[in-house]
Ligand binder design. Structure first.
Ligand SMILES: [Zn+2]
Length: 594
């Protein structure tokens, strides 16, 4: 409680500050003190922030008609990044602090879709669309640490929601915040799979986590000759040499491989190219070359990965559109390499198309920063401690599936080996973050040669832990091998928070890998989950039976990425209260700010 005199002085301070500024963002005098959260909250009631005279002086200070929610203003002050949204009265919002930033769920207004990069030192990305806004921070947020939020009324009567982010900020949602604050990630709906032309049916294969009878393996997809897997695919480039006037393009060569279609463009010297991923395919923009006649190739459904292709002439070249019918992104669904001429003068731009192609580049600086975040427990008084008061440190069980006599699924990789490799990486990341990790196994061994006894023994290790995460590799029978690729997460309805855990695990793994999303599933048939009485999830990190996905699993960069996704998901779940004795708390935490 602050003495009334202090509140009054804060109000006066805010009043003069607000009177001088049309918007808390457009600060022109850096020495002026910003209102505290409490001061901002006391400003909610009085409508005296601007007289008509001041409004006219300030010019265009009419309350903007809110056609949508978004397009915030931002500024940076030292390590603090401030983001301001106009807030129409009919807009409701929910704030969810997460391991990787703050999420806003908006009701009552359309969220203006947008993706932008860095807004300041403490907000590295802004994503908006589908009712949700995510502000990505390079440090984890808890209920009270790393951010604060308050509402204020600025001159002209416009209400704003002010969000501040900084690694050392404390406060969380102030009492002026009308929106709800979630301490547990909202449950996401199962992922949309409509863009995939070969969706994996949840009931089509083998029970996840169980061993498949290995069938004849499909040949794995060949690496691009001369490809360097450590380098991201080339989004743009230029063929060496001097341009040849009047050079024309030849028809793309197309090679079909199991699970992957390779297209090769023979490019004359001096041609520039740019590859643009999209929701239903890939566009290759070429400059410095043209096509003789715009004859379209005949036929559709060229392969499982390529429906069709066509030319689009441009003012200085030509575009080639590869229609896949499924989505590609900057990081996944394709890869490309410019190769030198094999004979003759033309270089080759080889582009592989497969929905199973994921990000196998080494973890970059941003991801490494994520991996190196400070411990989530003890010294910062996070929400975690109050939710898990029984434990000085959170404890998590990591279960690398199978082991010893039980290899799990066998295909391009052997499941038990990959599970362990990822499990050990997850352990290291979590321990570095101050989490106690119980491994069901840390070597190539089983807990019992009897499968049921083994699974029961694994589940029993969950006693006293906050959550249980089992790591597995998926497989399809040989006849369906091409239909199974990507990542999915299973959860068990035994504990009400299992789905929350599964949801953040799935989302974070997709974020770090760019892998195909096979969604969330629940079942009571998984023994290791069935026997669990704490929040539990089972991740399937890829398909050893798929010729492309199997190679992902063989790639240590991919395993690094999967492990980071699992670890960040677990830490987010811990920070947001998904624990064995935690509850989903919903509602305002107004008044609890310090
Ligand atoms: Zn398994």
């Amino acid at each position: 409680m602050k003495p009334p005199a202090m509140i009054l002085s804060s109000v006066l301070l805010l009043g003069s500050w607000a009177a001088a500024q049309s918007d808390p963002f457009q600060r022109q005098a850096p020495e002026q003190t910003l209102p505290t959260i409490r001061a901002a909250s006391t400003m909610q009631a009085p409508p005296a922030s601007g007289t008509p005279a001041r409004q006219s002086m300030a010019g265009s200070l009419q309350v903007p008609v809110q056609m949508g929610f978004g397009n915030p203003r931002s500024s940076n002050d030292g390590g603090t990044t401030r983001v301001v949204f106009d807030l129409a009265s009919h807009v409701n919002y929910t704030l969810t602090p997460t391991f990787s930033g703050l999420r806003l769920d908006i009701q009552g207004a359309r969220v203006i879709p947008s993706v932008t990069g860095r807004m300041g030192s403490s907000v590295t990305e802004y994503r908006a669309g589908n009712g949700q806004i995510t502000l990505v921070t390079p440090f984890p947020l808890s209920l009270t640490d790393g951010w604060r939020a308050y509402e204020a009324t600025i001159v002209g009567g416009t209400k704003v929601l002010i969000l501040e982010f900084g690694a050392t900020l404390t406060g969380g949602a102030g009492s002026s915040v009308r929106g709800a604050v979630l301490t547990s990630a909202p449950i996401s709906t199962p992922a949309v799979k409509a863009t995939l032309n070969t969706p994996l049916q949840a009931d089509s294969g083998v029970a996840p986590g169980d061993t498949v009878t290995p069938g004849p393996l499909l040949p794995s997809t060949p690496a691009l000759p001369g490809s360097t897997p450590d380098r991201p695919s080339a989004l743009m480039g230029r063929v060496p040499g001097s341009a040849i006037p009047g050079a024309t393009l030849t028809v793309p060569r197309i090679g079909k491989n199991p699970g992957l279609t390779r297209t090769v463009l023979d490019l004359p010297p001096g041609v520039s190219y740019r590859i643009v991923p999209g929701n239903s395919g890939l566009r290759v923009e070429l400059t410095g070359v043209s096509v003789n006649a715009l004859t379209q190739p005949s036929g559709t459904n060229i392969s499982a990965e390529l429906q069709s292709w066509h030319y689009e002439p441009t003012s200085n070249g030509v575009n080639i559109i590869f229609q896949t019918g499924w989505g590609t992104s900057i990081r996944s669904g394709w890869r490309a390499q410019l190769l030198p001429p094999s004979n003759g003068e033309r270089s080759r731009l080889a582009i592989d198309l497969s929905p199973a192609l994921a990000d196998t580049t080494p973890l970059g600086p941003r991801e490494k920063m994520l991996a190196g975040v400070p411990p989530i427990s003890t010294n910062r008084g996070t929400a975690l401690l109050s939710l898990a008061a029984n434990y000085a440190r959170p404890r998590v069980v990591i279960d690398p599936g199978h082991g010893g006599v039980d290899p799990g699924a066998v295909g391009i990789v052997v499941e038990k080996e990959v599970n362990l490799a990822v499990g050990l990486r997850v352990r290291d990341l979590l321990q570095a973050a101050g989490v106690d990790v119980v491994m069901t196994r840390s070597t190539d061994t089983q807990l019992s040669t009897d499968k049921n006894t083994d699974l029961n023994a694994r589940a029993a290790l969950g006693a006293g832990a906050q959550m249980y995460v089992s790591i597995h590799v998926n497989a399809m029978t040989a006849s369906k091998a091409l239909r199974g690729y990507g990542i999915e997460t299973w959860w068990n309805p035994n504990h009400p928070l299992s789905q929350n855990l599964a949801s953040v695990l799935q989302r974070d793994m997709l974020m770090t890998t760019g892998a195909a999303d096979q969604g969330l599933h629940n079942t009571r048939s998984l023994a290791v989950l069935r026997n669990s009485r704490i929040p539990a999830a089972l991740v399937e990190i890829g398909f050893t039976s798929h010729p492309v996905d199997g190679l992902n699993l063989k790639d240590s960069n991919y395993l690094d990425r999967v492990a980071l996704g699992i670890a960040t998901g677990i830490r987010e779940a811990l920070v947001t209260g998904v624990t064995a004795n935690g509850k989903v708390t919903r509602g305002s935490v107004g008044g609890s700010d310090r």
